[in-house]
Design a protein around this ligand. Structure first.
Ligand code: SAH
Length: 469
């Protein structure tokens, strides 16, 4: 971001515009929305500029700008429609230490004016760093349509009520109060009975707010999906918008965490490699502590919270503490992994069942029914299986699995850095080492990427031939 958006208070500040033609008129229309003291310099002014001057809304000097004319200006616009004149004017602005904008000259401007959607006091500023004015115009048009004209009026009436609303005390009640006002009650009242009705509605909502007792907090377990923010459910998004506290695992990527409400307290509860690690009891205690204080806690877990997410351990702790919960399922990484290779997790005639297993459990490498898994036509999605790959291979081969059973490794499924390694059970540990798989990965045992069976069969063939030699 080269241009940092800010809203400048122009009350009583001086703004100087060099130029009085059409280009200047366009800027003046915007500037006249403020309470700045506007001085315009330029010969042959547009009639509208003359009119504004006659109405006392600007001061107009009908000659080109000269040194000394821009003294004490906060902002300076060079809007002469003439590059040489703009350059001359800009240097006068610079000398007066004003911030200078040259219209349609991004490179030489110190600031730019965004496209604006005006629902004063709600103002939306849209900037594209000059890269795509068409896009800015389209976004502006969309927003103009989406934001009701009454929004500004509601916000102005609401603004006058802020001090009263602060008396509601805690931020949760205040938020609930304003949410009801802006998203429903306010607009309905305005349509039904105008400004008076809006004020009456504020009073009613306020009384309701004062009388509601602080409800107990709760915990929502939210599946964050495999990493791509677009794979979040709508429910997950809404829960993040509403959260007072977000406790998230290490695997949840930043773009998803950023969807949380700006004021939310955000805590990462993941294991930090060899560094400090959160114990399950600490996480439970933190979750309960916040919920006890009335907070709405979102427990954000990668994938689906119900798959290798210690969900039930945390639910037990909440039950014991008498705290309510809700579970929002997410897309588990096996689903994202199999989607990335154009396959399904089950297929008639190939595998009618799928095991979801882990390579690791609390005791170390996890044991499973290897004999069953080694049978032809079995398939499994193996989580946390990278470090256990040699162990898995050994156990499966020992129980009679075919060394050529396809195993597809999908690392960072659904993320920009996703990688797929098509291997066979026999070659799995080497394939992992060769590819240098380090990120979170799912092993799809018994499922090859679409269209690779033939290639894998050839590899297997040459493998066997080489061994035969
Ligand atoms: N609840 C999660 C699993 C958490 S256990 C889910 O439903 O996906 C952590 C394991 O999940 C990792 O070791 C890895 O095997 C898998 N995993 C998580 N995110 C992944 C991703 N984006 N791509 C591949 N595997 C992933």
């Amino acid at each position: 971001m080269r241009h940092f958006p800010v809203f400048v208070n122009l009350d009583g500040r001086r703004v100087v515009v060099s130029g009085a033609g059409e280009t200047a008129v366009a800027k003046l229309r915007l500037l006249l929305k403020t309470r700045a003291r506007i001085s315009v310099f330029g010969g042959d002014p547009e009639p509208l500029v003359r009119q504004w001057a006659a109405d006392g809304r600007i001061t107009l000097t009908e000659r080109p700008i000269e040194t000394g004319d821009a003294l004490c200006a906060s902002l300076f616009y060079a809007a002469n429609d003439d590059a040489d004149e703009d350059a001359r004017a800009a240097s006068i602005g610079h000398r007066a230490s004003a911030l200078v904008n040259i219209v349609d000259n991004l490179e030489d401007s110190q600031f730019i004016t965004p496209a604006i959607v005006d629902r004063d006091p709600v103002t939306v500023a849209i900037g594209t760093e000059g890269a795509a004015p068409v896009l800015a115009r389209k976004i502006k048009a969309d927003l103009e349509e989406r934001l009701p004209a009454s929004l500004g009026l509601l916000a102005r009436i609401g603004q006058a009520f802020r001090a009263r609303a602060d008396m509601l005390g805690d931020s949760k009640k205040r938020r609930a109060f304003w949410t009801k006002f802006y998203f429903g009650a306010g607009d309905r009242a305005l349509k039904a009975g105008g400004e008076e009705a809006v004020r009456a509605t504020l009073e009613t909502l306020f009384t309701d707010g004062i009388e509601t007792r602080q409800g107990p907090g709760s915990v929502t377990f939210v599946g964050a999906g495999p990493g791509d923010p677009e794979l979040l459910t709508l429910k997950a998004r809404n829960a993040l918008h509403e959260a007072d506290v977000v406790l998230h695992d290490r695997l949840v990527p930043q773009p998803i965490i950023e969807l949380a409400r700006r004021e939310a307290i955000i805590v990462e509860t993941g294991k930090k490699g060899f560094g400090e690690a959160w114990k399950q009891d600490d996480i439970n205690a933190l979750m309960i502590d916040h919920a006890d204080k009335g907070a709405h806690v979102v427990r954000l877990k990668s994938g689906d919270p119900a798959v290798f997410g210690r969900l039930e351990e945390e639910l037990d702790a909440l039950d014991e503490a008498g705290i309510g919960f809700e579970i929002v399922p997410g897309i588990t990484s096996a689903s994202a992994a199999v989607a990335s290779i154009g396959r399904s997790l089950t297929r008639r005639g190939r595998n009618a069942s799928l095991r979801i297993i882990t390579g690791h459990d609390a005791e170390g490498f996890a044991d499973h029914d290897w004999r069953a898994l080694a049978r032809p036509g079995e398939a499994a999605a193996i989580y946390m299986g990278i470090k256990a790959a040699s162990f898995l291979r050994g156990r499966l081969l020992m129980h009679g699995a075919d060394a050529e059973t396809p195993v597809t490794v999908v690392e960072n499924a659904s993320r920009a850095d996703q990688r797929v390694v098509a291997a066979t059970l026999g070659a799995l540990p080497d394939a992992l080492t060769d590819a240098g798989i380090t990120g979170p990965a799912v092993l799809l045992y018994g499922i090859a990427p679409r269209g690779t069976e033939a290639a894998l069969a050839t590899v297997a063939q040459s493998h066997q031939e080489a061994e035969a030699v």
